[in-house]
Design a binder for this molecule. Structure first.
Ligand code: ZN
Length: 148
């Protein structure tokens, strides 16, 4: 290394200094490749986002992908995802209630006043109508007694 420029020249560089320079180049290339790979992972995750005037929708898969890059379980810690899970559960419950109500509203059969609740007087077999009404009450979270 020269005193004036602080740089090696082809005439002044030692084998050891050259080895160190090659090692530095390899290390920097490795870092660049890792950085490019990480950026590509983020880009693939973010490209799934849906951005509009109304807001930004970030799919679960995108958050999972970002979580993998960062080594963090984003799905377990994001409050909004838990909210989405509750919404999905509520939608499923509403769908069940709607199906039961549709059955009740469309039912055209005879009235039911069994001697044994839920069982046909003739042979004691279960009454499908009463069973369905019991399911509907359970879906509505109503008490099973006190209904026809
Ligand atoms: Zn019945």
């Amino acid at each position: 290394m020269t005193q004036t420029t602080g740089r090696y020249t082809a005439d002044t560089i030692t084998d050891q200094a050259l080895d160190e320079l090659y090692a530095t180049v390899r290390r920097l290339n490795y870092r660049a490749q890792r950085a490019e790979s990480t950026i590509a992972q983020y880009e693939r995750a973010v490209v799934q986002w849906e951005i509009s005037e109304r807001g930004t929708y970030i799919p679960h898969a995108s958050l999972r992908a970002i979580g993998r890059v960062t080594g963090t379980d984003l799905l377990g810690s994001v409050r909004h995802l838990q909210h989405f899970q509750r919404v999905e559960q509520a939608e499923a419950a509403i769908a069940r209630v709607r199906a039961h109500l549709r059955y009740v509203l469309d039912y055209q059969g005879p009235g039911h006043s069994h001697l044994v609740p839920g069982r046909w007087d003739k042979d004691g077999s279960p009454c499908d109508h009463c069973a369905r009404l019991a399911e509907a009450r359970a879906a509505l979270d109503e008490p099973k007694e006190g209904r026809p």
